[in-house]
Design a binder for this molecule. Structure first.
Ligand code: NDP
Length: 448
């Protein structure tokens, strides 16, 4: 008989928490999980999944227009936001059910309430009950950060954007990262007047400069507005519900919705972490070792709450590695090298490995190969939008150390190519592969 109620208590049923709970249970552990909102977490409930469905929905605006050039007699089409919103939210419900079923099928007990840490082995539930566990896993994710200024309460974040009553006709988006560029594309395609307001003069910091510039250029030519080096001063709400955004170094902007996408902060506040002596880093994230163990031996943390790499597949890997390490007799760590990533902007970006600037500073001599082309489909559609593929090669070894792409389906293509980069293949290996013609992906093996 164990001295504890559970072998594992997981706080937070998002991607990392659910994977850790399921695998730990499969290894024979008695597991419980507490979730204060909905099982599935940010990715499933108010992140990647509903966002991607909106991206698909938005793309029809271009597809319907292009279809005419391909011979289709397309009448003028109207877009109905409530239909898309409700269908997307229904799919979120479906996935929420599947996640819950996964937990149930693996005999993981679910508490639909908030849980906090009361000690190294103690968890306090909002209902007042305290339970004990040999190990506690914190997988509470992250939460959108909104800068503090007058009227900020009139803004929304990605938490609320999926539930809007109406699609905005004018939207201001604060921030210039993933969420800002993805929703700029989405709302622009739905017909809104979109303005991105960012504190610096850079979008998508961390991505290759040429790829970022291409997205900026395409977005501007589509009519998305950018205000750079701009700081929000005030949001005023008018009697008719519209908003006036005052910015320190520019003219005011009138709009219906202000969406903040200015980063996400680890969800550690009010979790009782001090009761177990859990150390946080400067950003308020739980500090963990390579096995995701916190400064308290019985408490681990995975996913965005640790602020290592804020991506779902990484949280899932961390949760799985934790379960194998602690309950599967197979201690293992997560390999953070060559993690592919994508921005589902219009057009989307896919990237893996080092940017040109990183490679130059880390490796010295690098060779750069690019293909700047108009996708066949865009040519026939009269869509003047060019794709850009860029390969970064270590000149000393001929190894491909980075691939960066913007263009139709770039994330789909990049995922496959990332296997080659991760495997350390050379430019010659790419060249030796026969092109698959006609495709956009063939550019990767024809780079000169
Ligand atoms: P990002 O980190 O991508 O971008 C944040 C943006 O906000 C940057 O442009 C930054 O400016 C700006 N910013 C940061 N702090 C402030 C502040 N205090 N005031 C004003 N501006 C500020 O954050 P997102 O919110 O877009 O996304 C959060 C995370 O979610 C991402 O980092 C990513 O890990 C994940 N995500 C991943 C997606 C994907 O994989 N496709 C999609 C959506 C989210 P600057 O850098 O210019 O200084």
């Amino acid at each position: 008989m164990s001295d504890y109620d559970y072998d594992l208590f997981v706080i937070g049923a998002g991607s990392g928490g659910v994977r850790a709970a399921r695998i730990s249970a499969a290894h024979g552990a008695k597991v419980a999980v507490a979730e204060e909102y909905r099982v599935g977490g940010t990715c499933v409930i108010r992140g990647c999944v509903p966002k991607k469905l909106l991206v698909y929905g938005a793309h029809f605006a271009e597809d319907l227009k292009d279809a005419r050039r391909f011979g289709w007699n397309v009448p003028d089409c109207d877009f109905d936001w409530p239909t898309l919103r409700d269908n997307v939210l229904a799919d979120v419900d479906r996935l929420n059910g599947i996640y819950q079923e996964t937990l149930d099928n693996n005999k993981v007990e679910t508490f639909h309430e908030r849980a906090t840490v009361a000690g190294p082995h103690d968890v306090k539930l909002a209902s007042g009950r305290t339970v004990t566990a040999k190990y506690i896993l914190i997988a509470t994710g992250a939460w959108p950060v909104v800068p503090e200024f007058e009227g900020a309460e009139h803004s929304i974040t990605s938490n609320e954007v999926f539930h809007l009553d109406e699609a905005p006709t004018r939207i201001v988006i604060g921030g210039g990262g993933y969420i800002a560029n993805e929703f700029a594309g989405i709302f622009h395609e739905f017909g809104a007047h979109v303005t991105i307001v960012n504190r610096s003069d850079t979008i998508l910091r961390g991505y290759d400069a040429q790829i970022r510039d291409r997205l900026l250029q395409i977005s501007m030519s589509k009519g998305i507005n950018f205000r750079f080096n701009a700081e929000f001063e005030k949001i005023e709400k008018n009697d008719d519900g519209t908003l006036c955004i005052r910015i320190k170094n520019g003219d005011p902007i009138a709009c219906d919705v202000v969406l903040f996408a200015t980063g996400r902060q680890p969800n550690t506040k009010g979790l009782g972490l001090e009761n177990a002596g859990i150390e946080l880093d400067k950003q308020g994230a739980i500090s963990v070792d390579e096995y995701s163990k916190s400064s308290c031996d019985s408490i681990y943390a995975v996913g965005d709450v640790t602020n290592r790499v804020q991506l779902t597949p990484v949280a899932i890997r961390e949760g799985h590695a934790f379960a194998d390490t602690v309950f599967g007799g197979n201690p293992r760590t997560v390999d953070y090298g060559c993690i592919p990533s994508a921005v589902f902007s219009h057009p989307p970006i896919g990237a893996v490995g080092m940017t040109e600037a990183e490679a130059r500073s880390r490796l010295g001599t690098v060779k750069i190969y690019t293909s700047d082309f108009r996708a066949m489909k865009n040519v026939l559609a009269n869509r003047n939008e060019r794709a850009l593929y860029k390969m970064v090669v270590d000149a000393a070894t001929n190894r491909v150390v980075g691939l960066h792409m913007i263009g139709p389906d770039a994330p789909e293509i990049l995922q496959a190519a990332a296997v080659a980069v991760k495997a350390g293949l050379t430019k010659q290996d790419f060249d030796d592969t026969v092109a698959l013609h006609p495709s956009m992906a063939e550019e990767l093996v024809l780079l000169k």
